[in-house]
Design a protein around this ligand. Structure first.
Ligand SMILES: Nc1nc2c(c(=O)[nH]1)N[C@@H](CN(C=O)c1ccc(C(=O)N[C@@H](CCC(=O)O)C(=O)O)cc1)CN2
Ligand SMILES: NCC(=O)N[C@@H]1O[C@H](COP(=O)([O-])[O-])[C@@H](O)[C@H]1O
Length: 168
């Protein structure tokens, strides 16, 4: 985690190792990037999943895990990238937003898209109600994508990413 959050309690309850690597506890962003990379590398992951991780991953991390980092974003990218996607969509007045699961690259929410699903914006929505409706979709979408990538891999070619279909 990049901060204190509910995910720590969920991980603890599930017996899943967890740790916080907090930017302000390091002399600069490059040192934080190295510390985060080393901490994650210790677990030798095949796939890194960013879910509510609210920091831009740096060059050291991307060099170590590039091509196998998945992020979930609460908007239909390329619309509304960044840390405030849900209020941005509400402010813009869109009638449909959604959830995007994508590979992470050096840009911000610019990586190749693996999956998307639309979510309607209701006239009486506020940030909390809209975000919770998006989260219901993204929890399923993220789990489905992680399972598919874990079993069938992903082929990415610049802008496009494809999870080979299950031809069994
Ligand atoms: N290199 C990348 N790292 C990350 C990406 C990405 O696409 N490329 N996605 C994010 C998740 N994310 C959107 O889905 C996102 C999270 C945070 C920010 C952001 O501007 N963070 C600021 C700090 C904001 C804060 O602390 O509240 C920052 O890092 O300085 C943008 C997009 C995961 N990492
Ligand atoms: N740009 C990154 C971003 O906005 N990520 C979003 O943070 C939320 C965390 O929810 P949670 O606190 O319930 O896990 C999720 O909706 C995730 O898509």
């Amino acid at each position: 985690m990049d901060r204190e959050c509910a995910a720590e309690g969920h991980a603890e309850a599930a017996g899943i190792p967890h740790l916080r690597v907090v930017l302000r506890e390091h002399p600069d962003r490059a040192a934080w990037d190295r510390a985060l990379t080393d901490a994650v590398a210790a677990h030798e992951p095949d796939l890194v999943v960013s879910a509510g991780f609210m920091k831009i991953l740096g060059p050291t991390f991307l060099h170590r895990f590039g091509g196998r980092i998945v992020n979930t974003h609460p908007a239909l990218l390329p619309a509304f990238p960044g840390a405030h996607a849900v209020p941005d969509a509400l402010s813009y007045g869109v009638k449909v937003t959604g959830s995007t699961v994508h590979l992470v690259d050096a840009g911000v929410d610019t990586g190749p898209i693996l999956a998307q699903e639309p979510v309607p914006v209701l006239d009486d929505d506020d940030e909390a109600t809209l975000h919770e409706r998006i989260k219901v979709v993204e929890r399923r979408l993220l789990a489905d994508v992680v399972a598919a990538v874990a079993t069938r891999g992903v082929v990415s070619d610049g802008r496009k990413a494809v999870i080979p279909s299950d031809r069994t």
